[in-house]
Write a protein that binds this ligand. Structure first.
Ligand SMILES: [Zn+2]
Ligand SMILES: [Zn+2]
Length: 110
């Protein structure tokens, strides 16, 4: 049960600690779309880096869903989770209008 999850890195910026598992970080991810020839949808969502609960709004008190652990899919474009979305950087979070929701105390690597 102590498997390392297949995350390349943890979230850069998070809005909360996870109310579902109590230990993860609810990081902001940016959907970049699954078709490189089309403009990316640039939509954000929130995902816990521990239990992979997902929120489509930057509000962890709203209803959450889970990605399929066998075949995780991006909740926005439904492409592969790890190939069509990434942990959002500060500029990207700003363009989502979610900057004020970030808890700087949860940021990784300063
Ligand atoms: Zn969690
Ligand atoms: Zn996506």
């Amino acid at each position: 049960m102590n498997q390392v999850p297949p995350h390349p890195t943890g979230p850069h910026h998070s809005i909360a600690t996870c109310p579902v598992c109590g230990g993860g970080l609810c990081g902001v991810r940016l959907c970049t779309g699954d078709d490189p020839t089309e403009a990316a949808p640039q939509s954000g969502f929130v995902m816990c880096d521990e239990c992979e609960a997902v929120w489509l709004e930057p509000d962890v008190t709203s209803e959450h869903l889970y990605v399929d652990p066998e075949s995780p899919r991006c909740p926005i474009c439904h492409g592969g989770l790890w190939s069509t979305s990434r942990w959002a950087g500060r500029d990207e979070i700003e363009s989502l209008g979610w900057s004020s929701l970030i808890d700087p105390g949860l940021d990784t690597n300063g």
